[in-house]
Ligand binder design. Structure first.
Ligand SMILES: C[S@@+](CC[C@H](N)C(=O)[O-])C[C@H]1O[C@@H](n2cnc3c(N)ncnc32)[C@H](O)[C@@H]1O
Length: 396
């Protein structure tokens, strides 16, 4: 049986919450045992006081070391052991699913210490606490909510607590990814439908769809987790190409327009972009919102950017295309296709015959957009960044 003892000023509230539902049933069936302890019962103060002024001055009160120690010692003596002791603290390491797994795997008995007021006397932490855990970068009034969260996350991983292991093996954070979207009956609700693949009865197709959705969600919501994912398998690579191909097509809802940039419009752009505004700049709008900005600089014959292993094909007047920023929330839409078609129109209207540009050869999505818009590869650029490749679009 997995034991958790929680030291708190609110033992009834904490005990009640953790005796409900799944954790309550798991306790009745002896898979886990969660006991709460009133720290006040261990103070020698007649007023049952457990806090005092901080040495050195400052706001509020600090929980004293001795009542905490007496409570902790009582638990240790009851069990004839020193359980792994955790202090819930905003100064601790942020709790993750990996920590929950570690605590479930490496221990069978935890003591969770809930602080209150301005926190607890450091000497109790130094002498008796094995680790400090934080729920996140915010401050709670007491450690109870954090202790309940840790107890819940650990207990549900104890064999027998959930009906079967797949219940958590599929979930967010188990394999470093977020979970796919879930749906339940009815199939139509408020005009919204369940994705057809989930009702087709083909398990392999469902699995594939779910993995794809997990990849997209993790990428969009948690780039930090996405960066650590290993998506090198053949199946994942195929999913990634599918995702990219589909997103190139995802249409933006509002009209796209392109206007010469004004300093006022440029200054109002809220996403990262080149500052100050370069000459010959344009803003591409999605409805009333700026969606991208770029410049189209007329090229004189003498400012020819040289190509190492090829050449520009044009003799006619050319314009140099450079991107200066894009709304990151529109990355996975057809924005870039629409921007490039704006470039085509503006370039033609200005009377140019060719648009030239350079891009980093590792920027695969950008290369795909350029090709789709009809740009032709001209070779590696001779000067500047070694990874830049030249592309050219014929306008007439
Ligand atoms: C108001 S806080 C004390 C904050 C402390 N003065 C500080 O600035 O680090 C009172 C208690 O709430 C708990 N607590 C507050 N924020 C927490 C968090 N993010 N994670 C875990 N416990 C937290 C701790 O047990 C702490 O002793």
């Amino acid at each position: 049986m997995y034991h958790i003892d929680i030291m708190t000023l609110f033992p009834d509230t904490v005990g009640d919450v953790l005796s409900e539902s799944i954790l309550g049933r798991a306790q009745e069936r002896d898979y886990i045992r969660i006991l709460t302890h009133q720290i006040r019962d261990y103070t020698k103060s007649k007023q049952k006081q457990v806090d005092d002024y901080p040495y050195g001055g400052g706001q509020g009160a600090v929980m004293q070391a001795d009542p905490l120690y007496q409570c902790w010692n009582h638990i240790c003596q009851q069990h004839q052991t020193k359980p792994h002791t955790i202090y819930l603290s905003p100064c601790g390491k942020t709790f993750t699913q990996e920590d929950a797994r570690r605590l479930a795997r490496e221990h069978n008995h935890l003591i969770l210490v809930c602080g209150h007021y301005e926190g607890i006397d450091q000497r109790f932490i130094d002498g008796y606490v094995d680790e400090e855990i934080s729920l996140g970068d915010f401050v709670l009034t007491g450690g109870e909510i954090a202790a309940m969260a840790v107890a819940d996350a650990v207990c549900r991983l104890i064999p027998g607590v959930l009906s079967h292991d797949a219940c958590f093996e599929d979930e967010s954070h188990w394999n470093g990814m977020l979970e796919y979207p879930q749906y339940s009956r009815p199939a139509q609700w408020h005009g919204m439908e369940v994705p057809a693949v989930l009702t087709c009865g083909d398990h392999k197709k469902v699995e594939r769809w779910r993995r794809k959705q997990s990849i997209i969600r993790t990428r969009d919501r948690r780039p930090d987790l996405y960066a650590k994912l290993d998506l090198s398998s053949k199946e994942d690579q195929k999913l990634l190409s599918e995702i990219q191909a589909e997103e190139l097509q995802k249409p933006l809802p509002l009209p796209i327009t392109c206007t010469p940039a004004t300093p006022e419009a440029w200054n109002e752009i809220s996403w990262p972009h080149t500052v100050p505004m370069p000459q010959h700049s344009y803003v591409v709008w999605h409805g009333p919102q700026p969606a991208a900005c770029l410049s189209l600089t007329p090229l004189a014959a003498e400012d020819d950017t040289e190509i190492q292993d090829g050449k520009w094909s044009a003799q006619e007047p050319s314009v140099w295309l450079q991107f200066h920023g894009q709304d990151p929330t529109l990355t996975h839409t057809d924005l870039m296709n629409r921007v490039l078609s704006c470039v085509h129109h503006v370039g033609q209207e200005l009377g140019f015959s060719w648009v030239r540009t350079a891009t980093d050869k590792r920027n695969k999505p950008q290369l795909a957009y350029l090709k789709e818009a009809g740009f032709q590869y001209r070779g590696n650029l001779l000067h500047g960044n070694a990874r830049q490749v030249a592309y050219e679009l014929r306008l007439k």
